[in-house]
Design a protein around this ligand. Structure first.
Ligand SMILES: *Cc1c(COP(=O)(O)O)cnc(C)c1O
Length: 387
């Protein structure tokens, strides 16, 4: 006799055979460039804590003080009674920082993307997304019910052709600012031009650009000199370079009020703890003040890129904190990641469906807290394992 969901076991086994099985490792320390995992001290190149703020004493202190003032749980959604002074102040500070009229906090970036796209679009509208956009953007586009078009990576000409063919009235172009699994920048000035020429809005997800690129870390739009007019919808997360948690959408008064009225992932969920908003405010101060963190990141990535090219590794260009070594085969990516771990180094193996089939890769991320000797250890290990 067969029972319900008997296929799960076979499905899991297939994933294992194909090198696509995902496993978690248990972290026993704070996030950082040196971590304790499963009893071992390891050098870490896999977190998104690009500026080294996730365990910064002032950020930790701000969270503790926030918790002493506001308690642990926010107790409610923002629209009922969960919207604290801390959340409100952080929204105003983020709007200033990004040069937008207003900003709205969401509990996570995934929810922000789902919320904003479904609030802006419905049946009869159209959404245009880069093929390599983050899963949350693709999910938001699909879930919105709008006509969903993917264009080839960074290809603004294909995007233009696609836009010119659409009868839809409301058109939203959506792109990562920095692509999360490649580290390259979107051609934002071109996307903004295409948007302006085709009565469309451009939405930028700057999860990996905020804090890292632009003046004082204000992100990839600023890096290219784009304003709210060019990119009316800006989304970014606080769980990456900010080292805290949560996300926000920034833009015009009308955009933000629309989201408050209509974004279901904003309305129907508990507000993030106010203590985290206080931590976010402190992180923002450090992001703006500590240019040295961005300078250090640039120096580290330059040393890595030069070293890796000397070894003969093919690296795509990256101005961000994300660097990839494409290995192709999933099993090879996993075994390389395991061999690095054996040498005390954590580097993630990124496989389909996160990246296209046949492009499994190592994803190496740097933090301002890394030192040159860390980079050299990584290069040395890569040379011994791969060459
Ligand atoms: C991480 C990430 C998100 C999701 O943000 P969370 O706050 O982790 O949910 C969205 N978009 C991109 C590009 C990301 O890298």
């Amino acid at each position: 006799m067969t029972g319900a969901f008997d296929h799960l076991q076979a499905q899991l086994q297939l994933l294992q055979e194909r090198g696509l099985y995902r496993q978690r490792r248990v972290l026993e320390s704070a996030q950082g460039v040196e971590v304790r995992m499963e009893g071992r001290r390891l050098l870490n190149f896999s977190s998104n804590d690009y500026l080294g703020l996730a365990n910064h004493p002032q950020v930790v202190q701000a969270a503790i003080k926030g918790m002493q003032r506001y308690g642990v749980g926010s107790g409610s959604a923002h629209l009922l009674c969960g919207h604290s002074h801390a959340h409100h102040a952080l929204e105003e500070e983020l709007a200033d920082f990004t040069g937008r009229d207003r900003a709205l906090l969401f509990s996570t970036g995934y929810m922000a993307n789902l919320g904003v796209i479904t609030a802006l679009l419905g049946k009869g509208d159209a959404v245009f997304e880069d093929r390599l956009n983050h899963a949350s953007l693709l999910d938001g586009g699909l879930y919105s019910g709008a006509r969903f078009k993917r264009y080839p990576h960074g290809d603004s000409e294909a995007l233009t052709v696609s836009l010119e063919k659409t009868p839809a009235e409301n058109r939203l172009i959506v792109s990562d600012g920095v692509f999360s699994m490649d580290g390259d920048l979107a051609p934002l000035p071109e996307l903004a031009r295409v948007a302006a020429g085709n009565q469309a809005w451009l939405m930028v997800d700057d999860a990996h650009g905020l804090g890292v690129l632009g003046d004082k870390g204000s992100g990839s739009c600023d890096h290219f000199g784009l304003t709210q007019r060019d990119a009316p919808v800006l989304m970014a997360t606080l769980g990456k370079a900010f080292g805290t948690f949560g996300a926000f959408v920034a833009g015009s008064e009308e955009l933000i009020e629309t989201l408050i009225q209509k974004a279901r992932t904003y309305i129907y969920t508990t507000a993030m703890p106010a203590s985290l908003a206080e931590a976010g405010r402190m992180a923002l101060r450090l992001v703006m003040a500590d240019d040295w963190r961005r300078d250090r990141l640039a120096a580290l990535t330059q040393r890595f890129t030069e070293g890796a090219r000397q070894l003969g590794l093919q690296l795509p260009d990256s101005r961000s904190a994300i660097h990839v070594v494409v290995l192709g085969d999933s099993q090879r990516a996993v075994s390389t990641s395991e061999a690095l771990l054996h040498r005390g180094i954590v580097v993630g193996a990124i496989r389909p469906p996160t990246v296209p089939t046949g492009t499994a890769r190592l994803r190496i991320t740097f933090s301002a807290e890394h030192r040159f000797e860390h980079v050299d250890r990584l290069l040395d290990a890569l040379e011994k394992i791969l060459l």
